[in-house]
Design a protein around this ligand. Structure first.
Ligand SMILES: Cc1ncc(COP(=O)(O)O)c(C=O)c1O
Length: 424
């Protein structure tokens, strides 16, 4: 145990100390605070849990420092990153087009694969068209900020992903936020304030990335109709994981995809690559294709990422049982957690589950102890969550086995008991 932790303790390099003394970052309160937190970890004997390099493909097992660990820290939900067909497609795309699109698509970065992937995504989601961006994060930022301006309103809850909030802030639109799930409060707010802004964009997530809640699409669609809003759903964690065939929140709820105006998703999770997409009406996609800054002033999606996402989509369409198998694993994980008295956040069908610990250092300590027990689950701490809302976040994938879950639960229960003693 000490060996592993010893190797990971943060020790300032001489060059970093020089930085602190005379360089400009010392004037940044946020940086000073970061350094204090890092030093505090070292003092408490807590290893630095972030940026630890691992070996091999992220499946239900990862290799780290020569050891195999049960892995809950990767969102390779359907096991398609590392799938031979997906890897072969990425390699074939490199052979044909090289490793980079080498220009923005609007000039000469367009390759045939881009259009093919977009058509496939649109068909899969059930929209007229789609467009792909080089990053999921960038997709939210550039699309939300480009669709809205100061006379508009953007509405999202306090569990929304940072990319949604950043896009909202950059748009300059009036920001209307509400506690997750407080639809009545939002309704009251809109009844009073809807007239204060022109266009209103309500943004939610199919499966929430931090705790695994599933979006109440029915309520959202009712509100959209009543208050004349546009509705955007981020399906980063619900594409491939929700619905009978992995088509996401609309399929899960039985609500037609035409009820959602802006379907957003990422290529980095189920689709085993890197990038983001927007699917929707032809006009919306045309507008973004010619004018969204994060699209026209950025390089086209790389050939291997495009090829990988195409192949992943092929497999998803051909093997919808993957989504169902993932759901069975997720149910089993959550049921077992219940038996062990572990209060997991999120809903039965969501492959993201959180376990709120509270204090950030305690959370990192628990994560470290689980690592020593052969279980890799990442701590999520402030500023990603509230100061007293640190949690462990589990991603369940199709590769996980019952045996792995059965090994995990008693280890977590033991650590929770231990922190009860430590904290008390
Ligand atoms: C809900 C949500 N939206 C957007 C993103 C950004 O996607 P990417 O990591 O592919 O850039 C993430 C990242 O995990 C996410 O969880």
């Amino acid at each position: 145990m000490d060996d592993i932790v010893g190797k990971l303790k943060y020790e300032a390099e001489p060059s970093e100390q020089a930085n602190d003394d005379g360089r400009f970052m010392g004037a940044f309160a946020g940086y000073r605070n970061l350094k204090r937190r890092i030093a505090g970890l070292a003092k408490r004997g807590i290893m630095m849990p972030f940026f630890q390099p691992r070996d091999g493909v992220s499946t239900s097992v990862i290799r780290w420092q020569g050891r195999g660990l049960i892995n809950y820290s990767g969102y390779n939900y359907l096991g398609l990153s590392g799938h031979p067909e997906v890897s072969a497609a990425a390699k074939a795309a490199i052979d044909k087009y090289g490793t980079s699109a080498s220009a923005s698509r609007i000039v000469s970065g367009q390759i045939g694969l881009h259009g093919d992937l977009e058509k496939r995504i649109a068909k899969f989601i059930g929209t007229q068209d789609a467009i792909v961006f080089v990053s999921g994060y960038l997709t939210n930022v550039t699309v939300i900020s480009h669709l809205l301006s100061r006379v508009d309103g953007v509405i999202y809850d306090d569990a929304a992903h940072n990319s949604i909030m950043t896009g909202a802030r950059l748009s300059g639109a009036k920001m209307i936020t509400f506690p997750y799930g407080d639809w009545k409060g939002l309704e009251a707010n809109l009844s009073q304030n809807r007239s204060e802004f022109r266009r209103g964009l309500l943004v939610g997530e199919g499966v929430y990335s931090m705790d695994g809640m599933v979006y109440d699409l029915k309520r959202a669609v009712e509100l959209k109709r009543k208050h004349d809003l546009l509705l955007m759903i981020d399906e980063a964690h619900s594409l491939g994981t929700l619905g009978a065939t992995g088509r996401g929140i609309c399929e899960h709820t039985g609500i037609p995809s035409s009820s959602v105006d802006v379907h957003m998703g990422t290529l980095s999770k189920t689709l085993a690559g890197c990038g983001g997409y927007i699917a929707g009406d032809r006009d919306l996609i045309e507008y973004l294709r010619y004018l969204a800054p994060g699209f026209i002033f950025s390089v086209g999606l790389s050939p291997p990422d495009t090829g990988a996402a195409m192949a992943a989509l092929d497999i998803l369409e051909r093997e919808p049982q993957r989504t169902q198998e993932l759901r069975q694993r997720t149910h089993f994980f959550r049921q077992l957690a219940r038996q062990y008295g572990l209060p997991l956040g999120g809903e039965m069908d969501a492959p993201v589950a959180s376990l709120v610990i509270g204090n950030g250092n305690t959370c990192m300590m628990v994560s470290q102890r689980l690592l020593e027990a052969g279980i890799h689950v990442q701590p999520i701490v402030h500023p990603a969550v509230a100061v007293d809302g640190a949690r462990l976040r589990f991603f369940i994938t199709i590769d996980h086995t019952e045996a792995q879950f059965r090994a995990t639960m008693p280890a977590i229960a033991k650590e929770l008991e231990a922190i009860g003693q430590l904290v008390g």
